[in-house]
Design a protein around this ligand. Structure first.
Ligand SMILES: *Cc1c(COP(=O)(O)O)cnc(C)c1O
Length: 345
């Protein structure tokens, strides 16, 4: 087979959810936007529903509609982008819960679907999504009179426990939600780790479920193994790949491996990232191309038929660091060409 093998360990994912649920003081939901952070929203959500998750979050109504097909009736599917023009049919037909972000969205929702459950997202300082304090003050009485299922907000700096914006946003959330009887939700993965003051009634972990920082104790969920297509000897002084950016400093052995930037292994990894033969790191030699990587395997006594790029030897965050990005982006860029295998489905 010429494609990489992406193995998603749903047992590890479930263990991560349970670990975050154990420290959460209230209920624990699950964020499965962007195709479950590249791991497969349907498979991830179905497994977490089996573990007891009842509150799921996605970015758009389209994602929510697709997820309802996998989850069936029952669990709440909450939509961060709220109720956009054109979303009414999906929200109604798939029993989605929009997190209303503005007075305009609130008016649209209440006019189009009177009596249909909704949440409200408040902006407590991130300035990205959610109602600002004056909008909330002006619409609060009306919104609290309807089927309001959740009042939520999102932290901008939760991955940095010492950042003063955490406490400032917490104070703003407490002030804006004083007297609210609907359940409140404030913490994603980073917020859970900030401690119980940030948890409220429902936490919303995303990246930690998938084995990413800032949840340092997370189990690894993603394993990516890439087939070696060809092996060649390259004499000292010869170059490898586009723009001849790698020059062999010794007589070398180069493995050509099937996967490239079209599979989410971004070009910035060129001449820097490592693949692994067992425990032995082998560095990329030359540019990442669309479908192929070239790897310096000179030091291996024997070249295996696959080299690993994600797994026990290298986490999504370790690979991200070499690539100048974050684990979230490595996960959500995982390509559509890989053969996907699920453990613990
Ligand atoms: C993505 C997202 C989350 C999950 O965040 P993680 O850092 O991945 O845990 C929670 N809430 C909102 C509003 C989000 O956009």
């Amino acid at each position: 087979m010429g494609t990489g093998i992406l193995t998603i360990d749903l047992d590890a994912l479930a263990a991560n959810w349970r670990a975050l649920a154990r420290v959460s003081t209230g209920q624990t939901g699950a964020v499965v936007k962007a195709g479950g952070y590249g791991c497969g929203a349907d498979q991830v959500a179905t497994r977490l529903a089996r573990e007891g998750a009842r509150q799921f979050f996605v970015a758009t109504a389209e994602e929510g509609a697709a997820l309802r097909g996998a989850l069936g009736p029952g669990p709440a599917i909450n939509i961060f982008s709220g109720h956009m023009a054109g979303d009414t049919g999906a929200i109604r037909d798939h029993a989605l819960t929009p997190m209303l972000n503005s007075p305009e969205q609130a008016a649209r929702h209440r006019a189009a679907l009177p009596g249909h459950a909704y949440g409200v997202q408040l902006d407590t300082g991130m300035n990205r999504l959610g109602m600002e304090a004056p909008d909330w003050a002006a619409t609060r009485a009306e919104l609290e009179a309807g089927p309001l299922t959740l009042v939520m907000s999102h932290l901008a700096c939760a991955d940095d426990p010492g950042h003063p914006q955490n406490a400032a946003q917490l104070a703003a959330f407490v002030a804006m939600t004083a007297g609210v009887t609907a359940p409140r939700s404030f913490a994603a993965t980073g917020g859970i780790l900030l401690g119980p003051a940030y948890h409220f009634d429902l936490t919303r972990p995303g990246v930690g479920l998938y084995g990413g920082l800032p949840f340092a104790q997370a189990q690894r969920v993603v394993h990516l193994s890439l087939p070696v297509v060809q092996l060649r000897d390259v004499a000292m002084g010869e170059t490898v790949g586009y723009s001849a950016s790698f020059t062999a400093m010794r007589d070398s052995k180069i493995a050509t491996v099937s996967a490239g930037y079209a599979d989410g292994l971004i070009r910035y990894m060129s001449n820097a990232a490592a693949l692994f033969a067992g425990e032995t790191p082998c560095r990329l030699a030359g540019r990442v191309s669309m479908d192929l990587l070239t790897v310096d395997v000179t030091d291996l006594a024997e070249v295996p038929d696959h080299l690993d790029i994600l797994g026990p030897q290298q986490s999504v965050d370790q690979l991200a660091e070499v690539a100048g990005t974050i684990g979230y982006e490595i996960l959500t860029s995982l390509g559509g060409r890989y053969a996907r295998r699920y453990l613990g489905q």
